[in-house]
Write a protein that binds this ligand. Structure first.
Ligand code: ATP
Length: 608
């Protein structure tokens, strides 16, 4: 949404802090910045000389037709100008490459910071917004980080050197020229502040459009649009956001037109004023100023005005880029609520027995909510046990599994693996120890083999084949014209739901985790496919601590313990027979779901 102008107000200290931080991004390139400085000074010095040669040509060469002097001065002028251009090109290259490297660093830092954010952040933030900050905002600061150092230094250098030279030529004309500078400063400061607000709003609006596109031009988005027949509604939403962008973009470009319009006017007027004033001086005292001085002076003045505009437009650029830096830093500063501590331990999966214990665990997705999602849950899964989590939809089964994998941290209580709190295990280790086949299978737009290898980059072709055989997907893949090299399409949409689930199973087999979470891992399989992979599932679960959610009946029947979850609590636990005898919720669910069909339905998932 739009930020209002007033909400965009930043106290000076905040602006300073942002600026300091932006300066910090140049730190790794200190030596190149120093080289730029040296080259800029050289180019300023070279650039200031030609008007003096011109003065000599006009005052001494031309009146006496001293061809030798004119030729020499002209050749030197050409050499100096070429030299200045080479030096300018050189520092231009250095500053552009520093700028690109800083953008690379920002993208890298932002990417790795966001990668470390928890599931909570991604559940609450739109993908389009994240992408926009990573790409558009970082790209938006490009001119500032690539041009500002060299341009600002060279512009300041040229202005200062020109002023000194102008004073040296004629102080009276110089005073007239600099009288205009405060006007420049006032206009650009006003325009700069406005530009910052406009720039931030443009980026916000780009992010907004990006989000709408991301949500609607993806396979799931199009499926949803077509399924509910809402094409015109989405078009009008896109149209509204698109229209808002037009408004801000027009403002942004008009700022530049206004700025350059005003300064072009001043450029044209000032030389006329100088000649007028010089004419007045000559009329009073003809010998106090030469024609060469006046020509050299206006040459220097013209040379100074462009850099002066540059300094002021740099100020506008910097101010408006600060808005983007704020957006980038805002994401960089977002705390990673789940991260390693200095004491976190590296743990090899082979060192792990797989005893999982939850002790008085409470958890809420919404910290403000009065009623936690998980309420004081305690249980222990011994190494290698199969634990079935059953219960009505929304009871909290997936959430419990997420807590074991530390995708969320418990608000209170502890989650331990082999007696070690999951918070004290390095996240990378934990990711290798716990493997999950989740409700939604994500496949990247690449080959089947690459998708499988993602779980284990070192897997041999043989291991991949064996894993797909165990997950009952080998025959399907082998029958494809391109076999394992088949590209599965955006998020795996070329595969059926059941095929995707079997791919996910194969991937987990390759990963070989000690603790396995099967969250409705076979919900999309038909009974026949389920039966085929049942034997391999049993094999996959062997020797691993497994949490099976809403699984097929045979899994539940063979579970070492069944935890019946209702409304975030364990209301019953035990083995199938004990629970049936108890005649409570489990017995009721069982009677509802399986009484007439013992062939392979799932307990829990169909209760939603
Ligand atoms: P199902 O069998 O339908 O998958 P479940 O028992 O696995 O259900 P959970 O997915 O654990 O249930 O959800 C438990 C509760 O937490 C539900 O009320 C759900 O709406 C809520 N919930 C789940 N994920 C989030 C989230 N990211 N943010 C906020 N609330 C959530």
């Amino acid at each position: 949404m739009h930020q209002s102008y007033s909400s965009d107000y930043k106290p000076k200290s905040v602006e300073k802090a942002t600026l300091k931080r932006v300066m910090g991004t140049f730190r790794p390139y200190k030596s190149q910045v120093v080289s730029i400085l040296v080259l800029v000074v050289a180019s300023v010095v070279l650039g200031i000389l030609p008007p003096f040669f011109l003065k000599e040509i006009i005052d001494k060469g031309l009146p006496h037709a001293n061809l030798n002097l004119i030729a020499n001065l002209s050749l030197i002028t050409i050499a100096v100008t070429v030299g200045a251009s080479v030096v300018t090109y050189w520092y231009g290259y250095l500053s552009v490459s520093i700028g690109q490297k800083i953008m690379r660093d920002l993208r890298r830092d932002l990417f790795s910071h966001l990668q470390g954010m928890s599931l909570r952040f991604f559940s609450n933030t739109r993908t389009g917004e994240i992408q926009s900050r990573l790409l558009n905002d970082v790209a938006g600061v490009q001119t500032v980080v690539s041009d500002v150092v060299a341009n600002a230094i060279s512009n300041i250098g040229i202005v200062v050197a020109s002023l000194v030279a102008m004073f040296w030529l004629d102080w009276r004309l110089t005073l007239l020229s600099i009288g205009i500078i405060p006007f420049f400063a006032i206009v650009s400061s006003f325009v700069g502040n406005y530009a910052r607000t406009v720039r931030r709003n443009v980026q916000q609006q780009v992010a907004e459009l990006n989000s709408v596109m991301q949500e609607t031009l993806s396979v799931s988005g199009i499926l949803l649009t077509k399924a509910v027949g809402r094409r015109s509604l989405i078009q009008s939403k896109f149209g509204t956001e698109n229209e808002k962008l037009v408004g801000w973009q027009v403002k942004q470009q008009m700022i530049q037109y206004f700025f350059f319009g005003v300064f072009r006017m001043i450029f044209s007027v000032t030389p006329a004023l100088v000649y007028w004033f010089a004419g007045w001086i000559i009329s009073k005292n003809p010998s106090s100023i030469t024609i060469g001085t006046i020509v050299a002076f206006t040459g220097l003045q013209a040379r100074m005005f462009f850099p002066l505009t540059g300094i002021l437009s740099t100020q506008i650029e910097v101010k408006s880029a600060m808005g983007l830096f704020d957006r980038i830093f805002e994401y960089l500063d977002k705390p990673q609520d789940i991260q390693d501590s200095t004491e976190s331990k590296d743990l090899e999966p082979s060192q792990v027995l797989g005893k999982v214990a939850l002790q008085d665990v409470c958890f809420s997705y919404d910290p403000e909510s009065e009623e936690p999602t998980i309420k004081s849950i305690s249980f222990t899964a011994e190494p290698g046990q199969l634990v079935a989590l059953v219960g009505p939809s929304g009871a909290g089964k997936t959430t419990i599994a997420y807590l074991v994998a530390r995708l969320y941290d418990a608000d209170s209580g502890s989650v331990t693996i082999d007696g070690l709190d999951v918070k004290s295990i390095k996240l990378e280790s934990l990711e290798r120890i716990v493997g999950a086949v989740t409700q939604e299978t994500y496949l990247a737009h690449t080959t089947i083999k690459e998708n499988l290898r993602f779980a284990n980059p070192d897997a041999t072709d043989e291991q991949i084949e064996n894993a797909t055989k165990a997950a009952a997907i080998y025959d399907y893949i082998a029958a494809l014209p391109d076999g394992f090299e088949t590209v599965v399409g955006e998020r795996g949409y070329k595969l059926s739901g059941g095929e995707k689930q079997r791919m996910a199973l194969a991937r987990t087999i390759l990963k070989n985790p000690r603790i396995l979470i099967l969250d409705e891992a076979t919900s999309a399989l038909d009974t026949a496919s389920e039966r085929i992979i049942q034997a391999s599932l049993d094999k996959i679960m062997e020797g691993r601590t497994t949490f099976a959610i809403a699984h097929r009946l045979s899994t539940i029947l063979s579970a070492d313990q069944i935890l019946v979850i209702e409304n975030g609590r364990i209301v019953e636990s035990g083995r199938h027979r004990e629970l049936i005898e108890k005649n409570g919720l489990y017995a009721r669910l069982y009677a509802e779901q399986f009484a007439n069909d013992l062939s392979g339905q799932r307990l829990g998932s169909t209760l939603s």
